[in-house]
Ligand binder design. Structure first.
Ligand code: NAD
Ligand code: DAU
Length: 351
């Protein structure tokens, strides 16, 4: 079936993997990547597909309502996969406003534009909002987030994502807009901006720099390989039920310190260093304000209803990830030689 679909945030980490999968798998779709190319957006992430006949890149900001209306008028999208967002918790603590404008207002601009061009019929139309498990707040030592867990966001980032989730559901309830949502756990893999724990740690290990661990390193995250998230997004976009929410997770919980120790062992081996070399770089620093203790997803619903399961074991995924960063030094070097240096100083040197 021919379709024109919009993917927002396609130059970012997860968006680039979703784009690649869709461009290759759906030659009949025209796929438009809308991205403002903020500090986190990088067209190098999608350089391999830029010449594909079913792909087009548009530079633009979801905060600009008239631009978004015009874009929808021009392309008459059949479907939207909305990933564009400010995504880093630490930045939301130092600069909450950009999270409010992009994650909340930006999402509403897209919802309004979709509503306007789909006035005649909602048939075969879909607005898919990609969200996070952080909207559910923080777990104690036991239990899992399920789709009916009450929202309890704790950071400006997660509160802005929670707000956008509520608005998407409100547009479904009030106007009948066809929607689906997914809430996913922590992703890792190639192309992740090195402000996030895993790529930041790989880069620091490689360059013999301290590896900053917030607090005691006892916080727990549930890690999922990014390509498995992209596969889940494909499945939900095509088979998800209108109005439904699906949780996506890796069944793969690690304390931050155990995760970093595991990565240190792999890096010592890959860099041919003495055992314990990378671990000697581990440095405990001041904790993140309001640091959520534990996230863990119960993904029974997407497994039972849509047949999704992660395809990679973590040991394999983290090796692949480390190999990618070691093989793509140029990608990393271009990022860390720009504004990143200022960010790093503000975030870590003053800590
Ligand atoms: P990212 O920060 O790597 O990429 C975000 C992309 O959005 C960038 O390309 C950026 O240029 C673009 N963008 C930002 N503001 C924009 C604006 N105003 N207009 C247009 N484009 C804009 O983020 P990511 O980690 O790939 O996350 C993508 C989505 O998935 C986000 O909505 C995030 O909340 C969600 N999510 C992320 C994770 C994770 O572990 N990274 C887990 C669950 C859900
Ligand atoms: O759970 C999904 C979320 O996962 C996504 O919605 C977010 O967009 C994504 O950034 C991620 O949020 P986290 O805050 O969990 O990811 P981050 O990589 O920033 O941190 C992972 C853990 O590591 C967290 O407990 C904080 C800790 N940490 C992080 C950094 C950057 C450190 O100890 N040191 C660090 O330098």
């Amino acid at each position: 079936m021919k379709k024109t679909i919009l993917i927002t945030g396609g130059a970012g980490f997860i968006g680039s993997h979703v784009l690649r999968l869709f461009v290759h798998k759906y030659p009949n779709y025209k796929i438009v990547n809308l991205d403002a190319l903020t500090y986190a957006g990088n067209l190098e992430n999608v350089a391999d597909i830029e010449k594909a006949p079913n792909y087009e890149f548009v530079k633009g900001d979801i905060r600009d309502a008239s631009f978004i209306d015009q874009l929808f008028e021009t392309y008459k999208f059949d479907g939207v996969l909305h990933l564009a967002a400010e995504s880093h918790v630490d930045r939301s603590i130092s600069d909450p406003m950009s999270f409010i404008t992009t994650n909340i207002i930006g999402t509403v601009n897209l919802l309004n534009a979709a509503r306007k061009i789909w006035t005649e019929s909602f048939e075969n139309k879909l607005f898919y909002h990609i969200s996070t498990d952080e909207v559910y707040g923080s777990l104690g030592d036991t239990g899992f987030f399920v789709e009916t867990t009450s929202y309890d966001p704790k950071s400006p980032y997660s509160a802005s994502k929670a707000s956008s989730d509520h608005l998407v559901r409100a547009y479904s309830h009030t106007y009948g807009l066809p929607i689906v949502l997914t809430n996913c756990s922590n992703n890792y893999g190639p192309n992740q901006f090195p402000e996030k724990l895993i790529p930041l740690a790989i880069n620091n290990m490689k360059n013999n720099k301290p590896i900053p661990i917030y607090g005691k390193g006892e916080n727990i995250r549930d890690w999922l390989y990014v390509v498995d998230h992209a596969r889940a997004i494909d499945l939900v976009f095509h088979q998800g039920v209108n109005g439904e929410t699906y949780n996506i997770g890796g069944h793969n919980e690690w304390t931050n310190i155990d995760l970093i120790r595991k990565m240190c062992e792999i890096m010592d081996r890959k860099l041919d260093r003495d055992a314990g070399s990378c671990a000697s770089l581990i440095t405990y620093v001041k904790d993140r304000a309001g640091h959520d203790l534990r996230y863990a997803i119960d993904s029974t619903k997407i497994k039972d209803e849509l047949g999704w399961l992660p395809s990679l074991q973590f040991e394999e995924g983290i090796e692949k990830t480390i190999d990618w960063y070691l093989a793509n030094e140029e990608w990393m070097n271009r990022i860390v030689s720009g504004d990143y240096e200022n960010y790093y100083k503000q975030q870590y040197v003053k800590r």
